[in-house]
Design a binder for this molecule. Structure first.
Ligand code: X6L
Ligand code: MG
Ligand code: MG
Length: 178
């Protein structure tokens, strides 16, 4: 039995990215499907940013955003659900760092520090990246991650990140019908 719910839900932050097809639809559909799990609630969403590709620069621009989740799943259970949603939305892993319909990365899960083959928390690299940190800054609770300001200051090359659609994270996320 899993008794983690006795302590109430845990908070997790995730990053979302898409640079293939109807990019915005993939982001919103991913949030809707994440929330479709009875043990996941999407409690905050950042604005959507258009960002220059990093790693492999010869590919289309990304839309990136961040979301805050409340969940009674364990980190591994949450990761498995995220990977299932990626697969449902046609994510194909062929070229490393290549174009993708949807990419879901777990950034933080409470204060968990984890280092396994499948999952490292906090996320080891994404916190250096403007396309993660700038959306995260919209929604992060200072007490959930006191380091974020310092990381954002240290982060170079914020120029590749442009506000694309402003969204109001104060409003509860309402999954759209589709
Ligand atoms: C040197 C070598 C410098 C590799 C940077 C950075 C590799 C980021 C991969 C790197 C390097 C990544 C996104 C992206 C990717 C995204 C934008 C990755 C994985 N994902 N670019 N590139 N947004 N703008 O979500 O993060 S591939
Ligand atoms: Mg990624
Ligand atoms: Mg990923």
């Amino acid at each position: 039995m899993n008794y983690t719910h006795l302590n109430g839900p845990s908070t997790a932050y995730i990053a979302l990215g898409s640079n293939l097809g109807e990019r915005e639809r993939y982001l919103l559909e991913a949030l809707r499907r994440l929330q479709h799990h009875e043990h996941i609630r999407v409690s905050r969403c950042s604005s959507i940013y258009e960002t220059d590709p990093v790693g492999i620069v010869d590919q289309g621009p990304f839309l990136n955003m961040a979301a805050k989740l409340e969940t009674t799943l364990t980190p591994m259970e949450l990761l498995e659900w995220m990977m299932q949603v990626e697969a449902e939305l046609g994510r194909v892993r062929n070229v490393r760092w290549g174009p993708r319909t949807i990419d879901l990365d777990m950034l933080l899960y409470e204060k968990a520090e984890l280092n396994t083959d499948k999952l490292t928390l906090p996320h080891p690299r994404m916190h250096e990246r403007a396309f993660v940190l700038i959306p995260l800054a919209d929604i992060i609770e200072e007490s959930d991650y006191p380091e974020w300001r310092e990381l954002l200051d240290k982060c170079e090359d914020k120029g590749g990140v442009r506000l694309w659609k402003k969204t109001d994270w104060h409003r509860e996320f309402v999954p759209s019908e589709s």
